[in-house]
Design a protein. Sequence first.
Length: 375
Amino acid sequence: MTDKLVKIREALNKKYFEREEEIEGMLIALLSRQHVLLIGEPGTGKSLLSMELAKIIDGSNYFQWLLTKYTTPEELFGALSLKELEQGIHKRNTSGKLPEAHFVFLDEIFKSNSAILNSLLTLINERLFYNNGTPIKTPLISLIGASNEYPEEDEGLEALFDRLLLRYEVKPIRDRNNFISMLKNEGQNITMPSLTINELTDLQFYADMTNVPDNIYEGIADLCQALEDEGIQPSARRVKNSINALKAKAFLEGRNTVEEKDMLILKHILWNNIEERDTAEQIIKEHAQDQVTNTVERVKKEAKDILASLNKDKKKNPYDDTREVAQKLKVLVSELQKLKNNHPERSNEIDPVIDTLNKEQQKIIDEVLLPINNI
């Protein structure tokens, strides 16, 4: 099911240099029906990426607009129907406008004024557009907003900023060779794979079916507590929607189960303003490490230290603390067994360590504890 996604991802990465994270985020947004914010200087390719994404989905409607403080509702949502207006009905003709688009790119999104902000918020979040007071379901899949800068906290745009789940800073190309390749237009003739709307719908369904183990939910709870300890409290909506992003991330990687390493995508999600971003990213990186490998390595080190202590003590008295050492090893085995139950797919990594610790326990019993009991 993911073959086409892999080909699309590879083609986009070849065509757009140093945009791997942004491309991944946009594909995750497609699969999870979420929205993306691209922050960057003019000329960094924000609109090009968005247009490319829309072209990949055959049969989709695309709407793009540059917002200013003078942008009117008519420009985004369509002009009032004169025929209807004659009868006192304020109904807009939405043909070719945002309410009928599957994909939307709004440049300078934070320039939106109060005249269009409320309608935009409802459309982004609930996929509804109120036309003459009647809620109309829109086909919107993903909206990509772009801006040269982050919104100021006193501009009243917090709600709009919060609804753009995945946030990326688009930086100028840094690698010299990539920069030269960009100047030569290398990669621009790549034939881009495509999906139909129906194929995308199927992929979204299977992404939704991706399994989220209990340890991931527990990890997110721990992560949110760690963020809160630093004064960072992402909204409940962002935390809830992040689950869909995690599912899409795992599915994009060809897996049907979310793993701890997928949580790294949360560095683009779980923060509220630019001042919080770096701290949040550091905390998320710590929680997104592979907990299975980390736990196994920690247990191995603890067991080594315990056995080294026992061998050292044997020089003084071979019977000292042997029961305690055996008990400590037993506790470590129980911890690994629980880890194995939560991650049966990683048994080949955990079982050898369990076997080694069991052998060490038995060795202590045979060489020390049994002789003591027989005295």
